[in-house]
Design a protein around this ligand. Structure first.
Ligand code: NAD
Length: 339
């Protein structure tokens, strides 16, 4: 069994912990919290040993009936791999802890590429992650872009990608974040960081991106235009998406034309936390004219990177050599079949 620790048990950390615990070849040896929030109660309920980032806060946890197993260095001593799911920038500060503990570490998209020196997306570069000590799983938006771009590139070759990201303002639980009533250009300048971030995984793809934030918590929406190197065929593109284990087609007949309905659909499907681990491409939006392909895809920010973290663990441990096998194992353990 691969022993996994989660440093930072928040929005991403708690999801990765559940996904790891569901795998046949992995176990959770501990999760860490800074404060005794409701998520600490969930960790206790799940039976995950709880470690504290700041040992001075230990008494505050115990006062609330939350037993503390130890400090973060003590948690790292029990792990083969730590998934750092702390807020952006904190991962970089934590890296010396991981070096000292000689533990493999996965960072999230809130960290710069340089923190790990290697940026990961399961079906793009799994094998290049084999045996590494440090890996960064790219952000939710970059993961969504990489999956479809890599798929189209393998089939047709890509001359150019242009994409506009309409981003959710905050996650549903983040009551203090906005905007409440504005469209914020983030950034005003072009390109946004997403294009260069895609190139940390797929260096040869010419891509330009723009991004804005809107007052919603549900999902991100991407408007993507791709210029292929050869003429595309809509039926073949549908086939490629439907065959892909981490992409799904939102079919017109479902009557879904918003992120709100998509999330409702995920809840009705019985997905844990209503999570959509797959990129959701709107079938009716796919337009193919010669080499030009346009479409909308929705990305569930809290979820798509969760399954990627699980694959990254296997790649770094070298326990499964074939990316398709790891992706199959991850999906099967979560009873996940893309929509
Ligand atoms: P979050 O704020 O929901 O959770 C972070 C957790 O880390 C909190 O529980 C916090 O208390 C804890 N923490 C803070 N400092 C710590 C420390 N020094 N040691 C241990 N724990 C500490 O953040 P999140 O949304 O889960 O984001 C985590 C990372 O994942 C970021 O890099 C973010 O950019 C990335 N990410 C987030 C999303 C998303 O939609 N939320 C999507 C993709 C990637």
């Amino acid at each position: 069994m691969i022993r996994v620790a989660i440093n930072g048990y928040g929005t991403v950390g708690k999801r990765v912990a559940d996904a790891v615990a569901a795998q046949p070849d992995m176990e959770i040896v501990g999760v860490s919290k800074t404060k005794p929030s409701f998520e600490a109660y969930i960790a206790k309920q799940r039976g995950f040993p709880l470690y504290v980032a700041d040992p001075a806060k230990r008494a505050a946890f115990e006062k609330l009936g939350l037993p503390v197993a130890g400090s973060v260095p003590e948690m790292l001593a029990r792990a083969d791999v730590v998934v750092d799911a702390t807020p952006g920038g904190v991962g970089k500060a934590n890296k010396p802890l991981y070096e000292k503990a000689k533990v493999k570490a996965i960072f999230q998209g809130g960290e710069d590429h340089e923190v790990a020196g290697f940026s990961f997306c399961s079906d793009c570069n799994y094998q290049l992650a084999m045996g590494r000590q440090f890996v960064r799983v790219v952000s939710c938006n970059t993961t969504g872009l990489c999956r479809i771009i890599n798929t189209l590139d393998r089939e047709y070759g890509i001359a150019k990608v242009r994409a506009v990201m309409v981003r959710r303002a905050s996650d549903p639980g983040e009551v203090k974040k906005g905007p409440v009533d504005a469209v914020v250009l983030d950034p005003v300048t072009v390109p946004s960081h997403h294009g260069p971030d895609v190139q940390t995984v797929l260096a040869h793809i010419p891509i330009s991106t723009m991004a804005m934030i809107v007052p919603t918590t549900f999902m991100h929406m991407h408007a993507i235009q791709v210029e292929l190197k050869k003429d595309g065929k809509k039926e073949r593109i549908f086939e490629l998406i439907e065959k892909h284990p981490r992409m799904g087609l939102v079919k017109g007949g479902l009557g879904i034309k918003s992120t709100a309905e998509l999330k409702e659909y995920a809840l009705d499907l019985g997905r844990p936390r209503g999570d959509l681990w797959e990129s959701c491409i709107f079938a009716d939006s796919v337009a193919v004219q010669g080499k030009d392909v346009s479409f909308f895809q929705a990305i569930h920010q809290e979820a798509d990177i969760v399954v990627e973290n699980v694959d990254a663990i296997r790649a770094m441990m070298g326990s499964v050599k074939d990316p398709e096998e790891s992706i199959r194992m991850t999906n099967e353990a979560l009873h996940f079949v893309a929509i």
